[in-house]
Design a protein around this ligand. Structure first.
Ligand code: SAM
Length: 234
């Protein structure tokens, strides 16, 4: 049997655009100067302990998949300087914007990856993360495309492997069918439990929530956000 080959760009779980409008000069500069420094090198094994990924001491670790405009990642990194963040985003314009923010603010606690997050998940060691954020993942509203959604049994297995026992997976979406899809996948997975006890737990965002660009658009267009938090059992 042959090992399935990953396509070089649109890989296992990435179906979106890689490039948009041409970059503004400061963003292009940040991309060429800073991305090579902060980009994870998946061709080498991860450091042991993982905390050595960041040049500053970190006491917890957090992964954000598909950070888009980067508002949430920058806000969390700014407010938790002793947490090591990994941000993953294949859309180059978003990566460039985030890098310009990292440079302006001099943040030391962020590492990045500019392709499919499944590659990072497969590279990370077991039980190394405290937290995973998947905020407004591409909704794929048409039923025939649901299999492209980032939440799948395979990706929940990946999350379960890299999260520490008691670690959290936080998911936000404004698309009812994706919320139900995620709850059904979690219910079928032995490694996770939904932490909600009352309606406000899924209706109200997490503490210190800055919002995201996609969320603001969803609210403007009349859709209601839902916030799900799952605990890694163990
Ligand atoms: C709907 S946008 C939401 C962006 C941001 N989280 C927000 O709330 O504004 C989804 C993002 O996920 C990214 N994405 C899609 N597939 C991905 C994958 N396999 N790995 C990492 N990011 C991915 C897309 O490029 C896009 O920026």
């Amino acid at each position: 049997m042959t090992t399935p080959q990953r396509r070089s760009r649109a890989t296992e779980a990435f179906y979106g655009r890689r490039k948009g409008k041409s970059l503004k000069a400061p963003q292009a500069e940040a991309l060429s100067a800073l991305l090579p420094v902060l980009r994870l090198d998946l061709s080498s094994p991860p450091p042991d302990p993982l905390a050595e990924l960041w040049p500053v001491p970190v006491s917890s670790t957090r992964l954000e998949i598909g950070f888009g405009g980067g508002e949430h990642l920058l806000h969390r990194a700014r407010n938790a300087p002793d947490t090591g963040f990994i941000g993953v985003e294949p859309f180059i314009n978003s990566m460039a914007k985030l890098l310009a923010g990292v440079e302006n603010e001099g943040l030391q606690n962020i590492r990045l990856y500019d392709d499919d997050a499944t590659r990072v998940l497969d590279w990370l060691p077991d039980a190394c993360l405290d937290h995973i954020d998947l905020l407004y993942p591409d909704p794929w509203p048409k039923k025939k495309h649901w299999k492209r959604r980032f939440v799948s049994r395979l990706n929940l297995d990946r999350f379960a492997r890299v999260l520490k026992p008691g670690g959290r997976f936080c998911f936000a979406s404004d698309i009812d069918t994706y919320v139900n899809w995620t709850l059904n996948h979690i219910a079928a997975h032995p490694g996770f439990e939904w932490t909600a006890r009352k309606a406000s737990d899924w209706r109200e965002p997490w503490e210190g929530w800055p919002g995201t660009r996609y969320e603001a658009k969803a609210i403007r267009e009349g859709r209601t956000p839902c916030y799900l938090e799952f605990e890694r059992l163990g």
